[in-house]
Design a protein around this ligand. Structure first.
Ligand SMILES: O=C(O)[C@]1(O)C=C(c2cccc(Sc3ccccc3)c2)[C@@H](O)[C@H](O)C1
Length: 143
């Protein structure tokens, strides 16, 4: 059976996780989260790439590459770009595989400007408020 190829994208400031606002985003660092994703992928024989960038174009370039490199699932936490980026939405609309949007916090219980997501117009599913488990649950959609 063809192994699943997964791209996990972490948006801006997520490299600061675990340092500030643990009451909102948890105590785990991004490396902690990625380690759990790599472990789950190894157990299941999946090919997984995790990328964090503070630059919108880096995330868009990764989505473009996923269109032609056999990536079957994109798991994306766009962070602040969730609420602002038509460019990321446009890139995802050109990608034909699965898209799961993940947020560590429940954006709908927070400031009103966080209630709208451009990415949700493309996402096949949205997981919010479950902390790092949201990323693992996104991978469970492959099982
Ligand atoms: O809940 C999320 O995962 C979210 O996508 C993540 C966000 C996020 C991501 C990283 C950092 C911060 S703010 C921050 C900055 C430095 C240290 C800790 C938190 C917000 C928000 O911008 C989004 O509105 C919500």
């Amino acid at each position: 059976m063809r192994a699943h190829k997964i791209l996990v994208l972490h948006g801006p400031n997520l490299n600061q996780l675990g340092i500030r606002q643990p009451e909102i985003y948890g105590h785990e660092t991004l490396d902690d989260i990625n380690s759990r994703l790599f472990e789950k992928a190894a157990v299941n024989g999946w090919d997984i790439t995790c990328l964090q960038s503070n630059h919108e174009g880096d995330l868009i370039d990764a989505i473009h590459a996923a269109r032609t490199d056999g990536t079957g699932l994109i798991v994306i936490n766009p962070a602040a770009y969730t609420h602002t980026s038509v460019a990321i939405l446009d890139a995802l609309n050109a990608y034909e595989g699965g898209v799961i949007e993940v947020h560590l916090s429940n954006i709908h219980k927070r400031e009103s400007f966080r209630h709208h997501s451009y990415v949700s117009r493309r996402a096949d599913g949205v997981i919010a408020g479950l902390g790092s488990r949201g990323y693992l649950l996104a991978l469970d959609t492959l099982s």
